[in-house]
Design a protein around this ligand. Structure first.
Ligand code: SAM
Ligand code: SF4
Length: 438
């Protein structure tokens, strides 16, 4: 017998989506079944993000829209988990009195107990304690091909714009045995690709007293039978070593895709951001990667409109983008986050200037992405088939080792397999091709 139906509303990064897999795992363990229909749900959980204000506003808007539903269905349980829950712990219930529970980032493992509690006594619960374990929680993985696996939790970097260290706590590495056991388990369940997650994967193991480091972990995982591809997210340019480049080069499964968030091309702004590297260091790193692995792809994150960013600083960012020629970039408007250093800096940039800079940056980056993709036409690329395309379920989509999204026609039973696709058309964000038949 099922206990009821649940609906998850997820926002944020891959780590947030992976947390949602642990939420779904616990709900299913407690006998709940998933639904996409709000009207049919007995439990609705918002797994949230607070990295930018826009995400936050959208989440509160969606929660408030549920007021009428809750009035008509008082037994409905509404919960908030994730970074916004941790950040707004004191005010969520004031802002949204129809919420039944608020669960902090370290307390995910308490979900089943909280639901059991609420079934006996309908008093709102706020559990945001800063201790707790996320080990051994049941997972309901949502991606059929790629398994997301945490290697670290939290972050020690305190980039001056970023709220993450405040809501996720200090960096804590998982024991290498626990990570490898989870990878083996995912492979035994048929997953072909592993995505190792951490806010700065390159510092993995620093808190384990010499028992582990990221390069050794990658080498161990690379040898596991059944694994087709290994990815990781995110790297910090300050901590990305020569040893890492050689490890990727010499590995079987680690993909030739380097996501290295630069954030700004101006040394002055990088210093204010507390990023711990210069543009010269970054350019050298890119050169080094391309010398050793010429066909690799490099992507980045960029923030425009950081406090005090002058036209010269912004021009330095555009110049860096032209010099590096990123395959793709995630670009953001600086969003002041209360509690971070950057939110208190003078010279906040007006919204219209930030928007203009974002648009200018995106125009340049889109042109570069397209120019990089066009020469791929005619090439045969190895694609790991992920499933039907999101926009057109009649065709398949998958990714190259360099993380380019490829659409092509083919039978459904190719999902989970490596195939060769000849690229026929290339756009800014996607490639279209034809399956190479044997
Ligand atoms: N740990 C990763 C790193 O260091 O790159 C990324 C974590 S963060 C969730 C993802 C991206 O959000 C960052 O790389 C940054 O570009 C962006 N970001 C973080 N705080 C921001 C803010 N206050 N305003 C705008 N963008 C922000
Ligand atoms: Fe935020 Fe910087 Fe940590 Fe990334 S490394 S999560 S940007 S503080």
């Amino acid at each position: 017998m099922i206990a009821g139906k649940y609906l998850l509303k997820i926002s944020g990064c891959q780590m947030s989506f992976h947390d949602a897999e642990a939420i779904a795992g616990q709900l299913q363990h407690a006998g709940y079944a998933p639904t996409n229909n709000e009207l049919e749900a007995d439990v609705i959980i918002f797994q949230t993000c607070c990295v930018r204000e826009t995400a936050e506003r959208k989440i509160y808007g969606q929660i408030n829209q549920l007021q009428a539903l809750k009035r008509n269905k008082p037994d409905l349980i509404i919960g908030m988990t994730g970074c916004l829950a941790q950040k707004d712990q004191d005010k969520v219930l004031k802002l949204c009195p129809h919420i039944d529970f608020v669960l902090g980032t370290k307390r995910l493992g308490e979900l089943e107990a909280i639901l059991a509690n609420l079934s006996l006594n309908r008093h709102p619960i706020v559990d945001v304690a800063e201790e707790g374990t996320l080990e051994n929680l049941p997972q309901a993985r949502t991606d059929g091909v790629r398994a997301y696996i945490n290697i670290t939790y939290g972050c020690n970097n305190f980039c001056s714009y970023c709220i993450v260290p405040y809501v996720r706590g200090p960096e804590m590495s998982r024991e290498p045995n626990a990570v490898v056991a989870e990878v083996k388990d995912a492979l035994a369940s048929g997953y072909k690709e592993i995505m190792l997650l951490g806010q700065n994967v390159n510092t993995y193991g620093r808190d384990l007293g010499g028992r582990a480091d990221f390069v050794s972990l990658l080498k161990t995982i690379d040898n596991l039978p059944g694994l087709a591809r290994t990815r990781y997210m995110t790297s910090h340019p300050r901590d990305f070593t020569q040893d890492m480049i050689l490890t990727v080069k010499n590995s079987r499964t680690v993909c030739e895709h380097f996501h290295l968030p630069i954030q700004s091309g101006s040394n002055r702004i990088l210093k204010l951001m507390n990023r711990g590297y210069t543009r010269e260091h970054y350019l050298e790193l890119v050169d080094n990667i391309r010398t050793h692995i010429p066909h690799s792809s490099i992507t980045t994150d960029l923030i425009v409109g950081f406090p005090g960013e002058t036209e010269e600083d912004f021009a330095a960012t555009l110049d860096l983008v032209e010099k590096v020629r990123f395959d793709a970039a995630y670009t953001f408007i600086f969003s002041p986050r209360k509690g971070t250093k950057a939110a208190t800096l003078p010279e906040q940039i007006p919204s219209n200037v930030k928007k203009e800079r974002l648009s200018c940056l995106n125009t340049i980056q889109s042109r570069i992405s397209r120019d990089i993709n066009l020469p791929l036409i005619g090439q045969k690329l190895e694609v790991l088939v992920e499933g039907p395309s999101k926009n057109n379920p009649d065709i398949l989509s998958g990714r190259t080792r360099t993380n380019k999204l490829v659409h092509f026609s083919g039978p459904r039973d190719l999902v989970g397999h490596l195939v060769l696709v000849t690229i026929k058309r290339a756009f800014t964000w996607t490639l279209h091709g034809e399956l190479v038949s044997d």
